[in-house]
Design a protein around this ligand. Structure first.
Ligand code: SF4
Ligand code: SF4
Ligand code: FES
Length: 319
């Protein structure tokens, strides 16, 4: 078996001293090692204090997710040699979760968010028989709608790579929204869609920035970003007023009135709560500090706006 030499640069954290630092380990190992096997080699041969979490070694249990060269993934699924850059592979704990020691993170905050979406089936008595001896059937075409999502192993790689969490630590998170999607799609579920949608609106589906990093990180090929878009469509179809409908109405109203989108007041109106007001206030302060006047902050109708409004009215009649 071919051996290769390289540096494993590992982020360490010692809770006793509260110190976090990178430590380099020079290794000469077989080129077939996974990142997890590399960590086991270091623990076994160089430093027994190195701490990481792993169990199945087969991409099933979901416990070994970490950041490898800046990207989240499963250590037991990724070949170390594929990640060596200029002789170095960098390994860090998952982002957005408190580090317990070295590469081990505390998963509880993410699981607490998962609990908020009711991540379980509440049997619909109209569909699920009372008699436990009778099967509750799901048709193959029904199961196809959420088959992929049931592959989620709760590894949290998507969570550790999510850009929405960079700006908002209260954001529910990708796999939590995948779980919500999975139960909305389940024909046996008895919770109203409206109720399930309400659970994912606050710091949820409307806050995703559609960066697709969750899809890139997922070892099971699940696309939380796509499920979130679908959840937004479902939310729109429920007919309830929500961020999307308020945003659309405000866009239309300001464009009709002034010919421009009032992007500064958009968060205030769309969110419809204190959080929206806070974002609008911050935007106002930011732009004023750059010399923007009050007038510029609130768009005014442009010259000839009547002609534009008549055009819109005509379009509305034709639609
Ligand atoms: S697409 Fe949305 S959920 Fe996925 S990583 Fe980006 S912000 Fe997070
Ligand atoms: S969606 Fe994928 S990356 Fe996210 S927790 Fe589930 S399996 Fe892991
Ligand atoms: S050790 Fe189980 S998923 Fe990696």
């Amino acid at each position: 078996m071919k051996k290769i030499k390289y540096t494993a640069r590992i982020k360490r954290y010692d809770p006793d001293t509260n110190k976090s630092y990178f430590q380099d380990f020079e290794v000469e190992v077989e080129d077939s090692l996974t990142v997890l096997e590399l960590l086991m080699y270091i623990k076994d041969k160089i430093d027994s204090t190195l701490t990481f979490r792993a169990f199945c070694r087969s991409a099933i249990c979901g416990s070994c997710a970490m950041i490898i060269n800046g990207r989240a993934g499963l250590a037991c699924k990724i070949q170390a040699k594929d990640k060596i850059k200029n002789g170095v592979i960098t390994i860090e704990p998952l982002n957005h979760l408190p580090v317990v020691r070295d590469l081990v993170v505390d998963q509880e905050p993410a699981f607490n968010k998962l609990k908020k979406v009711k991540p379980y089936l509440v049997p619909d008595p109209k569909v699920v028989p009372d008699n436990t001896k009778v099967e509750s059937l799901v048709l193959p075409e029904e199961f196809k709608r959420y088959d992929k999502q049931t592959d989620c192993i709760l590894c949290m790689a998507c969570y550790g790579q999510c850009n929405a969490l960079e700006g908002d630590e209260k954001y529910l998170g990708p796999f939590q929204l995948v779980k919500a999607f999975r139960f909305i799609m389940d024909t046996r579920d008895g919770v109203d869609v409206e109720e399930r949608i309400k659970l994912v609106e606050d710091h949820g589906i409307w806050d995703c920035v559609q960066c697709q990093m969750c899809l890139a990180a997922c070892p099971k090929g699940i696309a939380p970003c796509d499920d979130i878009l679908e959840l937004r469509r479902i939310a729109k179809d429920t007919g309830e007023e929500n961020i999307a409908t308020r945003r659309a109405k405000f866009w239309f109203a300001t464009v009709y009135e002034t010919g421009q989108i009032d992007k500064f007041h958009l968060p205030e109106v769309a969110f419809g709560d204190e959080r929206g007001k806070e974002i609008t206030k911050k935007l106002e302060e930011e732009f004023k500090s750059r010399g923007m006047s009050e007038d510029e902050f609130a768009p005014k109708p442009f010259e000839g706006i009547e002609k534009f409004r008549n055009f819109i009215k005509k379009l509305e009649k034709e639609l």
